[in-house]
Design a protein around this ligand. Structure first.
Ligand SMILES: [Zn+2]
Length: 81
């Protein structure tokens, strides 16, 4: 397992909060970015946990975050078949 990330993978913010720890101590932690609210578990692949490996098309800047006012709605349930 890689070293704990202290930089948000999505927006590179340095303020990362520790949200939860694994039931067995030291196995994984759940972290959340204080700026963009991205949340990840430290045992996930590098493309989800490390800034350098995070896909460029999903990275965010402070400008992107300020402009992201729309939260996508949950679509209606499909009728039972
Ligand atoms: Zn972030």
């Amino acid at each position: 397992m890689s070293a704990p990330t202290t930089l948000c993978p999505r927006c590179a913010h340095e303020e990362v909060e520790h949200v939860h720890a694994s039931p067995v101590p030291g196995v994984w932690d759940v972290l959340q970015c204080a700026r963009c609210l991205y949340m990840w578990r430290t045992s996930e692949p590098a493309r989800r946990t490390e800034r350098d490996a995070y896909p460029e098309s999903f990275r965010m800047t402070p400008e992107d975050i300020a402009a992201a006012t729309e939260v996508p709605t949950v679509p209606p349930l499909r009728p039972a078949s």
